[in-house]
Write a protein that binds this ligand. Structure first.
Ligand SMILES: NC(=O)c1ccc[n+]([C@@H]2O[C@H](COP(=O)([O-])OP(=O)(O)OC[C@H]3O[C@@H](n4cnc5c(N)ncnc54)[C@H](OP(=O)(O)O)[C@@H]3O)[C@@H](O)[C@H]2O)c1
Length: 262
């Protein structure tokens, strides 16, 4: 595990005094980012669907800061996002940093994907991210400030056999991120994406076959999977004043995968 040191309050990387919400913060990458934000001084809220997971993750965050809160939400439902926004506003005040980290996938041949499977992946990975960004974005635009971070994927940059809908959704996340960035920059709201390489989480640990994992490692110049904490620095950078003039960027945290041609 990577050790974090609390960012100095005067540092441009400090999140002191900021409120951050991580949707999809109950496990995996989102949970690591929530802890990293907390260590950098932010007040933390997380949200996801499964109540027990939200409760457990919130308790762990509250061990460091009792003000941390968890919310149960299905982000594919815009009316639930509106309720979440009202609850977080009531509990914390305005949200300064939003991470839209929710995501899902299945691995199967494109020709076998059913309409229901297509809808579930697109609704979770793209539609819900659109409405999470835009519903929270409205309040940020009214205040004239905010940082939104979306989570893309290597499959937003390359063809991704057996993950056609996932890849389509993640290409969409990148397009959405750049478009919102261009649309909102002059109103003080920044929108950037992190593009992770391979991190073994609930999302993919059991879904990737041994052969697929071996291929992933062969194509990753660093020769290993990422550790979740290795995404935290990128998220803190994009959330903090250190990236004040950065918007519309896709920051790859992938052990060199996308840089490599062989
Ligand atoms: N792991 C990797 O190698 C990798 C690589 C590239 C990109 N990513 C992306 O990183 C993000 C996080 O994935 P992860 O690997 O950390 O997987 P994970 O551990 O399964 O985390 C997914 C999170 O999203 C939540 N979620 C799913 N559907 C939701 C919904 N409809 N409404 C609200 N919350 C929802 C999950 O909780 P509930 O299921 O309880 O709702 C969970 O908190 C995803 O967008 C994924 O595509 C991951």
């Amino acid at each position: 595990m990577v050790e974090h040191q609390d960012a100095m309050p005067g540092s441009p990387f400090s999140l002191q005094g900021r409120t951050a919400l991580v949707v999809g913060g109950s496990s995996g990458i989102g949970n690591a980012i929530a802890h990293g934000f907390q260590d950098s001084g932010a007040r933390i809220a997380i949200a996801a669907r499964t109540p027990e997971k939200v409760k457990g993750a919130t308790l762990r965050l509250q061990e460091k800061d009792p003000s941390a809160r968890g919310y149960v939400v299905d982000a594919t439902r815009p009316e639930e996002i509106d309720r979440l926004a009202a609850s977080v506003l009531g509990d914390f005040g305005p949200v300064d940093v939003l991470v839209a980290c929710q995501g899902t996938t299945i691995l199967k041949p494109a020709e076998d994907v059913t309409p229901a499977e297509y809808d579930e992946i697109m609704q979770t990975n793209l539609r819900s991210v659109f409405f999470t960004c835009t519903r929270f974005g409205r309040a940020m635009l009214e205040r004239g400030s905010g940082s939104i971070i979306t989570v893309a994927s290597l499959s937003a940059h390359r063809g991704w056999p057996l993950a056609s809908v996932y890849a389509a959704s993640k290409h969409g996340v990148v397009g959405l991120t750049k478009t919102l960035a261009a649309e909102w920059a002059e109103r003080g709201v920044r929108v950037n994406a992190i593009s992770p390489g391979f991190f073994m989480t609930e999302l993919n640990q059991s879904k990737m076959s041994p052969k697929r994992k071996e291929n992933a490692l062969l194509r990753t110049p660093a020769g290993r999977f990422g550790q979740r904490d290795e995404l935290v620095g990128a998220a803190i950078y994009l959330a903090s004043p250190a990236s004040g003039f950065v918007t519309g960027t896709v920051l790859n945290v992938d052990g060199g995968y996308l840089a490599s041609g062989i």
